[in-house]
Design a protein around this ligand. Structure first.
Ligand code: SF4
Length: 237
């Protein structure tokens, strides 16, 4: 194992945050906090703490986290940080639901970064990401027509992306693919950051999507959901 690989799985440094008690006392509704392998993005396979916040204003047809729409437990940011610190990894993903639906999420992201975590945020692309801490890697969905939520895309979000972020399309069928392909070209998305194409697991074969991407020589990364291949579809993995 190279020194670089060793550092990849090191726990976060002990750098303490200058955060105010006020920030740490902010409260969030949390569906679950768990430790697993990152199943998507260019961090795939890395041991990661997932913080799943409750609530989402969208209703995508293929949603696999409907259990996060409601319920959850109220926790302070201090309690969330304490829970995350139980695991020996420097990788944290804040997800949902739509995590940005709770405005305190911005403070949580900042506090995680302040503690030395490498933080990614999974967001629907429907809410403004411009105030997200620049140290966070934003995984920004672009909703396709097949999702049923295409009109929710907030296109101004593209201006807030940089090379450390990623754009993700979940593709439901051939029509979705053509729509996404044309958008990649028209908005030169691959020049902004990595673009991920993921097949909607119950609607489209990954092989078919792979064949389309290759036939069009599209500058995107095909991704499958590693966690579903390993453990199937259930909460907390
Ligand atoms: S944005 Fe995500 S959590 Fe919300 S409905 Fe769509 S897939 Fe589900």
């Amino acid at each position: 194992m190279s020194p670089e690989q060793i550092s990849v799985v090191s726990p976060p440094s002990a750098v303490e945050s200058p955060a105010t008690d006020k920030a740490l006392a902010l409260r969030l509704r949390v569906t679950e906090i768990f430790y697993s392998l990152q199943g998507e993005t260019s961090r795939v396979g890395l041991p990661t703490v997932f913080i799943r916040l409750t609530g989402c204003p969208l209703r995508c047809g293929y949603c696999d986290t409907e259990y996060a729409f409601s319920g959850g437990t109220i926790m302070t940011i201090a309690q969330v940080l304490e829970e995350a610190a139980k695991y020996r990894t420097r990788y944290v993903t804040v997800t949902g639901g739509e995590p940005l639906a709770q405005k305190q999420c911005l403070e949580l992201l900042r506090e995680l970064c302040n503690r030395g975590y490498s933080v990614s945020l999974e967001t629907s692309g429907a809410l403004n990401v411009s105030a997200v801490d620049p140290r966070v890697s934003k995984i920004l969905d672009i909703k396709t027509p097949g999702s049923g939520e295409v009109e929710k895309n907030l296109w101004a979000n593209l201006r807030s992306l940089s090379a450390t972020d990623e754009i993700k399309f979940v593709i439901c069928d051939a029509k979705d693919y053509a729509w996404a392909r044309d958008l990649v070209h028209a908005r030169r998305l691959a020049a902004i950051c990595t673009v991920l194409f993921s097949p909607s697991s119950k609607q489209l074969s990954a092989t078919e999507l792979a064949d389309w991407v290759l036939a069009d020589q599209l500058p995107v990364r095909l991704q499958l959901q590693l966690h579903k291949q390993l453990w199937g579809e259930r909460p907390g993995v």
